[in-house]
Every structure is written in C-alpha cells, then in structure tokens.
Design a protein around this ligand. Structure first.
Ligand code: PLP
Length: 456
C-alpha cells in the first residue's frame, strides 16, 4: 500500500494507541514511519537511511533482512503453522528448540517453559517460584524481590517486579508480594568517577541491600530475587564486578531462588550466551525473549534449572499455567534458524573478543566530549551520561530534557539512540562490524556536538 508520510501519520494518529506514549503529544508531532530494514540500517517513509543502534528494541541481534529466518518461518507456516502443546501433544520445532536451548544454556539447565514475550516469561516466573515453594511445603514463601529502576515487562506481574516509578504510579502497582531494593548504580549515589576499589566496595554495599531486605521481610517469606545482569531500560546500568557474586552468596545463604532476567542480555549481548555468565552468577531460572528470534517473531520463555525442574516434574503434578502460543511452531522454527546463524557466524565470541572491546575503545574516546560525564560499555551495550559540568559531574536538571534533545538530533541525523533521562544508550545488532562502529561513533559525536551547541 503506497501512501504519503502524512497519510500514514494521519491514519496512525486516528487509530493506533502506541505503547509507552503520550497519545496527544505524538498526534501533534506525527510518528516517524519506518518502512524497511537491511543489516544494521532501517529506512523511513521519506527514504532516509538510519543506523539502528538500538536493534529495534534490543532485539534485532542478527540484523534486518536475514533470509534464513524468513525461509524458516515460511517453511514452518507451510508445514504446520500452529499446534498447541497443552494436551499431551508436541511438535518438532518446539522440541528441537528446547534441546538447542539446553545445549546453549549454562550448565544445569535442561528444561524450558515457553511464552511469547519477556513480560509473559516473568509472569511465568512468579507462578513458577510460588509453585516451587508450595511443593517444598513452604507456601508462605511468596515474596519476590526486584530492584528500583529494574524493568521486567509491562503486564501486572512484570511491571510489579520492575521498579519503574512511573509505571507503579498507574493502576495500583505493585501487586502484593513484591518488594524492591536499590539498584547498583554508582552515579546515583556519587558525583565522582570512583576508583576501581571504591566501585568494588559499592558493589558489595548494593548487594548488601538485598540481605537487609531479606532480614526485614523474614527469610522464611522470601521466594526469589530477580534482576537483569545489566539493567537495560533503566539506562544500561552496568554493576560493579563484585555485585552479582555477592547477590549469589546472599541468595544461597537463605535458600532463595535467583532469577536472571536475560530478555536483553541473553544470546550474546554481553559477549557470553547469557549475561549471568559474564557477571559470575548461577541463577535457578533464566527468562529470555527478544534476541532468541532476533525479534523477527515473538517468542519468550523461562530456562528452568534442575532445582526447580526436578520439583515441578517429580513432585508437582499438573502445573496450572500456560499460553495458547507457548512454543508456537513458527516462532520456534525462526528461533532455531536465528540461533544457528549466531553460531555459524560465531557472533558471541566476536562480541566478546572483537566488536565489544572495539566499541569500548570508541566509547573511551567519546568520554572526552565536553558533554559526557561518563561513558561505559558491556559487550555491545553502551551508555553515555550527559552532564552540565564535566569537571564536577554536575547533572542537567530534568527541566532541560538533555537526553530527549540529544535523541532528537540523533533522529534528525540518521541515528537511533535511546534517551533514559540524561543517559544516551545503545545496543546495536551483534553483526555490526568495526567499520560500522567507527561510523556509529562519528555519528554519535556529531549529535553530541549539536546537543552541546543547543544547550549553550
Ligand atoms: N525484561 C527485560 C529485561 C526487558 O528489557 C523487557 C523489555 O524490554 C522485558 C522483560 C519485557 O519484554 P516484552 O516487552 O517482550 O514483554
């Protein structure tokens, strides 16, 4: 259907309620209409090419236009577009994917429960950990602990596990049985860069907030702790290396289940198959979505470690939970093709040993920019913290809207970066090359220059 940009925008404003959007403000401005993608680039309806440094929404890890994924979907749709796995049936795509996931997961994960999104996966976690403690004869263990500024999705349970204040302010969240602790975000508490020793000590301090919360709630009431290895939507908050091992020790000490939300970090983003491997944690449950299919079709799920799996399988009876699209054949077929591609192109090692370190170098150079208070990366995730005064790390006030100003310059100059407050974040496709990282860094610098000019 060929329409002009204005026609698309009018139809959009008339009918489409976008997620996380101020509807009136968008209608006044008009959406940017994205019409196609190839590699790390997308194009809008005006024909402008844009470097998509956010991989869509942290998901298009193998980039746009991968024919192998298209072929896998087509073939599966032709053979068996849908069948369920509720009533003692299964199909090859879901079985083969479960097998592959067990192979790729850290040791001790042999089972998977499917959903269609990250939110559904985290909802499944709430039901599964509570069921686990029922089976263990400790039904009072109901409470899951998440973190302020963590993000675990947008359903009632997902939004409750997350710690986004703006989400909690709408609709009576969090639901009962969810508690939160602070995030391991150095600059939330400090106006200095911090020495490695200071940051290491801060990691232990931040993990200690979990111990304190467990004591406050009573260890016998706590079911699980959930966290993202690197907080994505919160602004690419990379914890000190001391943090996750200490979280692990605390959970182990109290027998509390540890859940790693790998919806963003899974499938190579941090330079390992899963972020918990980068940060030295051994979770009981891993949630995933996005990168498992590179976003080509919706799929999510929970990798279930042996501790929980054995209880559910051997003593649990029927687990009263599931979705129509649990293990959707087309989604599973696309996931298999996607994971095959990641393996064939050795993308996880490439991120760990080549493009990740190369991006880190590019970001170290960007740290010199007068607007940048701090630049950091983990694998192929990056954050630039924009400050008013580089010497004192004095932040801009929220009224300046520095992040949104920078984002607008990016948008106008063929680059997608996301603004989270005063942090500019990226998570480019894992196929990005060194030359493309050079191009990305040059575009970022230009947009920072324009933002600085505007701010002065
Ligand atoms: N968990 C994390 C860490 C996420 O980043 C997201 C989405 O960005 C979700 C869960 C929710 O996933 P979905 O939007 O597929 O429901």
């Amino acid at each position: 259907m060929t329409r002009t940009t204005r026609e698309w925008q009018a139809a959009d404003a008339a009918h489409f309620l976008h997620p996380f959007t101020d509807f009136q403000a968008l209608a006044a401005k008009g959406s940017r209409i994205i019409t196609r993608g190839e590699g790390i680039h997308i194009w809008d309806s005006e024909g402008q090419q844009i470097l998509d440094a956010m991989s869509g929404l942290w998901c298009v890890n193998v980039g746009y236009g991968q024919q192998a994924l298209v072929d896998a979907a087509t073939e599966q749709m032709r053979t068996l577009p849908f069948y369920n796995s509720f009533f003692q049936t299964a199909h090859p795509a879901a079985i083969a994917l479960a097998e592959t996931l067990a192979e790729l997961a850290p040791p001790g994960f042999q089972h998977v429960f499917y959903g269609s999104s990250g939110s559904e996966s985290n909802d499944t976690v709430v039901r599964m950990v509570r069921r686990y403690w029922d089976i263990q004869g400790q039904p009072q263990r109901q409470i899951l602990i998440g973190r302020h500024n963590g993000y675990h999705g947008s359903t009632m349970a997902g939004a409750s596990l997350g710690g986004m204040a703006a989400m909690h302010a709408q609709g009576g969240l969090p639901i009962p049985g969810i508690a939160h602790i602070g995030q391991p975000h150095w600059h939330e508490h400090h106006r200095t860069p911090g020495t490695p020793e200071e940051r290491a000590a801060f990691g232990l301090e931040a993990a200690g907030w979990l111990e304190a919360k467990i004591q406050e709630l009573g260890p016998e009431n706590v079911a699980a702790f959930i966290g993202e290895p690197v907080q994505g939507a919160g602004g690419v908050i990379i914890p000190p290396a001391t943090y996750w091992p200490e979280i692990q020790r605390i959970c182990d000490r109290h027998g509390i289940l540890l859940v790693s939300d790998e919806v963003i970090c899974g499938f190579g983003r941090t330079g390992q198959w899963f972020g918990c491997q980068t940060f030295g944690a051994k979770p009981d449950l891993i949630t995933f979505a996005k990168g498992v299919t590179s976003g080509y079709v919706p799929l999510g799920g929970v990798l279930v470690g042996e501790r929980v799996a054995r209880a559910l399988i051997e003593r649990g009876g029927e687990f009263e939970h599931g979705y129509t699209y649990s293990g959707h054949p087309v989604a599973c077929a696309v996931a298999l093709a996607n994971l095959r591609l990641i393996r064939e192109r050795d993308l996880v090692r490439q991120v760990r040993e080549d493009t990740g370190p190369y991006l880190a170098q590019a970001y170290a150079a960007l740290a010199d920019h007068p607007l940048v208070g701090h630049a950091e990366t983990c694998g192929l995730m990056g954050a630039l913290w924009l400050v008013r005064d580089k010497a004192t790390l004095q932040p801009f006030g929220p009224e300046v809207g520095i992040g949104m100003a920078c984002r607008a310059h990016c948008f106008g100059n063929g680059l997608i970066m996301r603004a989270v407050g005063d942090r500019m974040i990226i998570a480019p496709p894992l196929i990005i090359t060194r030359a493309q990282i050079d191009e990305l860094a040059a575009r970022i610098r230009r947009c920072l220059d324009l933002t600085l000019e505007q701010a002065q």
